[in-house]
Design a binder for this molecule. Sequence first.
Ligand SMILES: O=C(O)c1cc(=O)[nH]c(=O)n1[C@@H]1O[C@H](COP(=O)(O)O)[C@@H](O)[C@H]1O
Length: 279
Amino acid sequence: MTPEPFGARLRHAMDTRGPLCVGIDPHGSLLTAWGLNDDIGGLERFTRTTVEALADRVAVLKPQSAFFERFGSRGIAVLEKAVEEARAAGALVLMDAKRGDIGSTMGAYAATYLDKDSPLFSDAVTLSPYLGFGSLRPALDAAAVSGAGVFVLALTSNPEGAEVQRSTTADGRSLAQLMLDHMAAENAGAEPLGSVGAVVGATLGDAGVNLDINGPLLAPGIGAQGATPADLPGVFGSAVGNVVPSVSRGVLRHGPDVAALRESAARFAQEVRSAVAGI
Ligand SMILES: O=C(O)c1cc(=O)[nH]c(=O)n1[C@@H]1O[C@H](COP(=O)(O)O)[C@@H](O)[C@H]1O
């Protein structure tokens, strides 16, 4: 049986739970602030608490792989368990790994995150297209087979991104626009939403690119990086209905109390609803 595509599953989750994505970023400083040791035990507690607090209510949980990798194989084991438990509780898991490599190596990354039989199989993974969009082909193909999705970096939330992503290509488009146009081509004809998403920072003011890709738009940068849900209409314009706003530290700093984590996520979700309803 063909699996339900990620885009359709995400649209359903956004419609029923609201579009918020919460990032699981176990910074050493957050572990300390939660009264935990910055060690594997602290990582395990932090991750379990976050999943328990939020996986039954937010559309997407986005573990940042680097914060788990720093503990080696034991950190990866915590990550595997988090993916499994979050999915079992109904959240879509977006693995934030930002992978990008030559096509043959990309196949191995695709096998890691996008093959149903992999222990790290996730609903979607973040990818960097800056070795050329075509280098992502093995991941795009693997995602189509398993009903998973990908989120491809277009315009990142960090100020350093612009010198690369806003640079002009031979045909006059910005590099980011070229990537977005590739994404639109991948998503052509998909209903209700394609499975190839773009990452566009909520910090950008006005994205200044055509975001009409028929796919989801992950908007990190809300909270600790200074953007707010009220900024979303200005950045995304008429594409705001496809935005998945993403917050990590802005929610996580309210832990370890489960009720406080839930309240914070609910507050961001409400602010997103108000901002989107206003346009
Ligand atoms: O792909 C991402 O999630 C991402 C893209 C981007 O442009 N900017 C960005 O901050 N992120 C990630 O989003 C998270 C932001 O964390 P906070 O600043 O704590 O909300 C981190 O895990 C970043 O790696």
